[in-house]
Design a protein around this ligand. Structure first.
Ligand code: PGA
Length: 249
């Protein structure tokens, strides 16, 4: 059985004054050992977060595809690993939209993360226009096909299905739609990595809160959640960890 993973994505939020939240989240993670918890923070907070996280895995939200080189302002997988990060998000829809990243970029970044021993949360998901046009299935299949690195395996790869129109909007798909999209993701993984697909976790992301988490996490093929806004404080994030613990009993 796949263990649930509840991962927070702090995006461009968080200063050292917020480290107390990380300490409280780490304590809640330790109190719910049947669930995996991780927090992806801004680059600037990785080292201080690792220092207070008491074993809670701390990750980044992006990295450069090269190991080093003349890339002003960029951060490599080696640098993340040196700071103590153990995972990174790749291909988040905000980077696809704001930095024009493609699935090919996500592929190269996932491979770079892997070279430095970082686990990867690879994001996919359709836009609202694609959703309304009935193209979600094809878009997500194509994103997975183009961004999945060779030899992807459950030890280091997690997929996150995040419909873009659900991110930060308070809107979520129906549970039936979530189940259908996750089944499509699982089937696509199976065509690419065979039986290893059964071990790869598929997280749902997009407006997950303490209120809707339990139902979403109990849905077929949902192996956890990638949480943005509701991961910024322990008060909002801990109920999601607890919901994952309840459905893992
Ligand atoms: P949200 O963000 O929970 O604020 O909708 C999710 C994400 O972008 O990973």
């Amino acid at each position: 059985m796949r263990r649930k993973l509840v991962a927070g994505n702090w995006k461009m939020f968080g200063l050292k004054t917020d480290l107390g939240e990380i300490e409280k989240i780490a304590a809640a993670a330790a109190a719910n050992p049947q669930v995996d918890v991780a927090l992806c923070v801004p680059f600037t907070l990785i080292a201080p977060a690792v220092a207070v996280a008491a074993g809670l895995p701390i990750g980044a939200q992006d990295l450069h595809e090269a190991d080093k080189g003349p890339h002003t302002g960029c951060i490599s997988g080696a640098m993340l690993a040196e700071l103590g990060a153990t995972l990174t998000i790749v291909g988040h829809s905000e980077r696809r939209a704001d930095q024009h990243e493609t699935s090919h970029d996500a592929w190269a970044k996932a491979a770079a993360a892997r070279r430095h021993g970082l686990k990867v949360i690879l994001c996919c998901g359709e836009t609202e226009a694609e959703h309304n046009a009935g193209r979600a299935e094809r878009i997500v299949q194509s994103q997975i096909e183009k961004s999945l690195p060779d030899l992807a395996g459950p030890e280091w790869l997690t997929l996150a299905y995040e419909p873009r129109w659900a991110i930060g909007t308070g809107k979520t798909p129906s549970l039936e739609d979530i189940a259908a999209m996750h089944a499509i993701g699982r089937a696509k993984l199976r065509t690419m990595v065979g039986d290893a697909a059964d071990g790869i976790r598929i997280l749902y992301g997009g407006s997950v809160t303490g209120t809707n988490a339990e139902a979403i996490l109990a849905t077929d093929n949902v192996d956890g959640a990638l949480v943005g806004g509701a991961s910024l404080t322990a008060e909002k994030f801990v109920p999601i960890i607890e919901a994952a613990a309840r459905v893992s009993r």
